[in-house]
Design a protein around this ligand. Structure first.
Ligand SMILES: C[S@@+](CC[C@H](N)C(=O)[O-])C[C@H]1O[C@@H](n2cnc3c(N)ncnc32)[C@H](O)[C@@H]1O
Length: 287
């Protein structure tokens, strides 16, 4: 399990099948590709200048000093991912700059909207969007190859109910989403930060939930999953302690695995290691 997901700031384009690249990314057929992006950039030169793709540091200078749940890492973007980002970002992408309010009704044509934080390469996101076209998915991650991959999947599968947000979900929630605007939150296999000194980096914390619940509509579902037992215990504890949430499965605590959640990439890796997966389903109280 990687503790070091990528940020756009460090992303560099790679050869399509490079060994250190995003090998899980499906490649587009050659005839689908637009002219290839340049593979070398000068130091500091943005990969997608002038808004032609995700910004390297969307929240920019007003980004406060704060412990983050992700860590910058060099990452390679394949040619097909870069191609998808260039073509589709203007239509389906948005940078989390923390400066403006997002009108979810306008963005998703009035569909109820679920926020997914940390979609990774986006395979599960695309499957869930295809299975439920009447729900909009605002998919948020800092991982540039994954953003390209998800956009390509959305296009290939004719999905119009996905938007890809680039940047820190905390800023998205705090600055850009209106109170009670979300029909749900999904956090699947968040970075477990297993070392004790890193526990403060875990996303599911009491302060995070206090923020999240202000953005959830009454009745909205919070769905978390993890294969890291100590993190599952932490999730159960902090979700149960949040007064505006109620456990959908109060008797068992953990939820039976819902059949609507597809296997994710990180889940598969966890299962290969013999880990046990826990799902948690909580509902925003209506009273
Ligand atoms: C361990 S991966 C899991 C990916 C995917 N859900 C899966 O199960 O395969 C966690 C992802 O969360 C993203 N992430 C962590 N903190 C984030 C934050 N504050 N805002 C947006 N994305 C975040 C990371 O970039 C990474 O892609």
């Amino acid at each position: 399990m990687s503790e070091n997901p990528a940020t756009p700031a460090d992303a560099t384009p790679a050869a399509p099948e490079g060994p250190a690249g995003a090998s899980a990314a499906p490649q587009t057929h050659p005839e689908q590709q637009t002219p290839p992006v340049r593979q070398t950039r000068h130091r500091g030169e943005p990969m997608f200048p002038d808004g032609t793709g995700p910004a390297a540091d969307p929240a920019g200078s007003h980004h406060e000093r704060r412990i983050r749940s992700f860590q910058p890492r060099r990452s390679r973007v394949s040619l097909s991912q870069a191609d998808a980002l260039r073509r589709l970002w203007p239509k389906w992408g948005l940078d989390i700059d923390g400066l403006s309010r997002i009108d979810l009704d306008e963005l998703f044509d009035g569909l109820p909207v679920v926020l997914e934080i940390g979609f990774g390469m986006g395979e599960a996101t695309a499957q869930m969007a295809a299975a439920d076209p009447d729900t909009g998915i605002l998919a948020c991650d800092v991982h540039t190859p994954g953003q390209g991959n998800l956009l390509a999947l959305a296009e290939r599968n004719g999905l119009s109910n996905i938007r890809v947000a680039n940047g820190d979900a905390i800023i998205l929630l705090r600055e850009m989403l209106a109170p009670a605007s979300l029909a749900g939150l999904r956090v699947y296999f968040p970075d477990p930060w297993p070392k004790k000194r890193h526990h403060k980096r875990r996303l599911i914390q009491p302060e995070f939930l206090s923020l999240v619940t202000t953005r959830l509509a009454p009745g909205a579902i919070v769905h978390c999953a993890t294969d890291w037992e100590p993190y599952a215990e932490q999730m159960l504890e902090v979700l149960s302690a949040e007064p505006t949430l109620e456990n959908v499965h109060p008797d068992s605590g953990y939820a039976p695995r819902p059949d609507f959640r597809p296997l994710t990439k990180f889940e598969g890796q966890g299962l290969d290691k013999g880990h046990v997966v826990h799902d948690l389903l909580f509902r925003r109280r209506t009273d």
